[in-house]
Design a protein around this ligand. Structure first.
Ligand code: PLP
Length: 493
């Protein structure tokens, strides 16, 4: 399977797409053609376990990887998850389900892909005959950083460096990153917000000077952000798996369409759902949920993407994003794969913070997508209502998706929808905010929040969060967003 750039010019293999991360002209790699999973193949997948289903989906894209080896890589990745099933589906009500993607080593859905990416990258380098050392650069709004650090820690021939916004992540997220173990890792805070981090990292990728300086040190860059197709592919798998679980538990018939509501920041998770639909998964609608930073909600209703607006820090920090990178992949598809037009729009976005799609294109998007958002109070209400009605506790990001799903139910006949709400983080990752939502109690300290939340919900506290309190902090550097490359060179010394 070959991959092309959303901005034209390049054609690469799957291994090359993973190794490069981003195309040289700044475009994102997309499959030249979507592979299809047929009804018969779906029937065959009903009996499979999660790693086998994921191997089936991934092998469609990564045909130059050895199938048996891919399966064992997936088996060892998902063996790091607790509870047996890495992506369990929990029934909340008739036709309403939670797809829990946070049972991995760092308690957020990023683990679904970042436990697998090191294999795809390491193997990809071998397939491409790359001899240099690989440096993975990550810009994070909180959860990607930790999941990537954990996934790549002590990986052979790979170093990893994470940049996070100094005031833009939760205390637990920061502690998780700054206490990271491993000889090949580095973590730096950046003065600014997530968009500043992401833009600065993308500039390093795009700079020929940086590439030259790195090559002189025998180093090549790669990315673990969701702009890397190696991040997206493992995410496609859980949409298939959730669907298959609904069929095998006889909640739906094979072929029946379902909806997903997805808490969205960089548009990676929901894009993976769209890709699953392109591959033949019977998806009816995708509900894109934002927080107060509702640039995507506006885009999905007006066709105008405009990031010239105030940036809010919210209790769902992993969605505090105004520049949703993966939207480029959707815009590319609905333009009829017009690379020139996509490149023009992305350059408008860079220069003016804004671009617009046509009415016909918006109509095409609206056939599948709709958008909504939850402000801070609405998110709290959604979490509280579900907790009181069902005893189910969700995190703040998932709370935004819940609000958007409930809005949909109110406007449409609920009976006609099978809604899967994608649950992206363990509630204990945001203990104070979740505690406040479900009990009204406000505590100043995260660990006290964990204790009280446990008392209120009786939900098990994950070991990796509990033990953070006693772990030594290893990383304390803060850098100016203009000076990130200097930090990189310092790390490579
Ligand atoms: C990253 C993240 C999101 C947003 O996912 P995107 O792929 O960036 O849209 C939502 N919730 C949580 C908990 C996250 O970590």
């Amino acid at each position: 399977m070959n991959f092309i750039s959303t901005r034209g010019g390049e054609k690469v293999t799957g291994a090359q797409a993973v190794v490069k991360g981003l195309s040289v002209n700044g475009g994102l790699f997309v499959p030249e053609k979507f592979p299809v999973i047929t009804e018969d193949e779906m029937t065959g997948m009903l009996e499979m376990n999660y790693p086998e289903r994921a191997a089936k989906v991934l092998s469609k894209y990564f045909d130059e990887y050895d199938g048996g080896e891919l399966l064992s890589a997936l088996e060892s990745a998902y063996a790091k998850f607790t509870g047996g099933d890495p992506a369990p589906l929990v029934r909340l009500d008739d036709g309403v389900y939670m797809l829990e993607l946070w049972h991995g080593p760092t308690c957020a859905f990023k683990d679904m892909a970042l436990t697998v990416l090191p294999y795809l990258l390491r193997k990809g380098c071998d397939i491409c005959g790359i001899k240099e050392e690989i440096l993975v650069l990550v810009a994070t709004s909180g959860d990607t950083g930790k999941a990537a650090l954990e996934g790549f820690r002590d990986a052979n021939g790979i170093k990893i460096m994470v940049f996070y916004p100094s005031d833009g992540v939760s205390k637990m997220q920061k502690l998780q990153m700054c206490t990271q173990e491993g000889a090949n890792v580095n973590v730096v805070a950046v003065k600014g917000n997530f968009d500043d981090c992401q833009t600065a990292v993308k500039e390093i990728f795009a700079s020929e000077d940086c590439a030259r300086e790195l090559l002189a040190r025998n180093v090549r860059l790669s990315s673990a952000n969701s702009i890397n197709f190696g991040r997206l592919a493992p995410q496609i798998a859980y949409y298939f798996s959730a669907y298959l679980d609904l069929v095998s538990s006889e909640q739906i018939k094979q072929g029946e369409e379902i909806d997903f509501a997805v808490p969205t920041g960089n548009f990676g998770n929901i894009l993976a759902a769209y890709y699953a639909k392109q591959m033949g998964l019977p998806i009816r609608r995708l509900h894109c949920a934002s927080n107060t930073n509702n640039v995507l909600t506006d885009f999905l209703s007006t066709g105008v993407y405009d990031m010239n607006r105030e940036f809010y820090k919210t209790t769902s920090p992993s969605m505090d994003i105004l520049l949703s990178s993966n939207l480029e992949r959707l815009v590319f598809e609905i333009s009829g794969r017009n690379a020139k037009l996509t490149a023009k729009r992305m350059s408008d976005l860079k220069n003016t913070g804004k671009y617009e799609i046509t009415a016909e294109e918006l109509e095409k998007i609206s056939a599948t997508f709709d958008g909504g958002f939850a402000d801070e109070d609405e998110c709290v209400e959604a979490m509280y209502d579900v907790f009181v009605d069902t005893g189910y506790t969700m995190d703040t990001h998932t709370g935004c998706a819940m609000k958007v799903a409930v809005d949909w139910f109110e406007k449409h006949k609920k009976e006609e929808t099978n809604m899967v709400i994608v649950s992206t983080a363990n509630p204990y990752k945001f203990p104070q905010d979740v505690l406040y939502a479900v009990t009204g109690n406000d505590v100043k300290d995260s660990f006290k929040g964990i204790k009280r939340l446990h008392a209120a919900t009786a939900m098990a506290v994950p070991k990796c969060l509990k033990e953070l309190r006693d772990k030594p902090v290893r990383f304390t550097r803060t850098a100016d967003k203009k000076k990130l490359f200097e930090e990189v060179l310092e790390f490579l010394k």
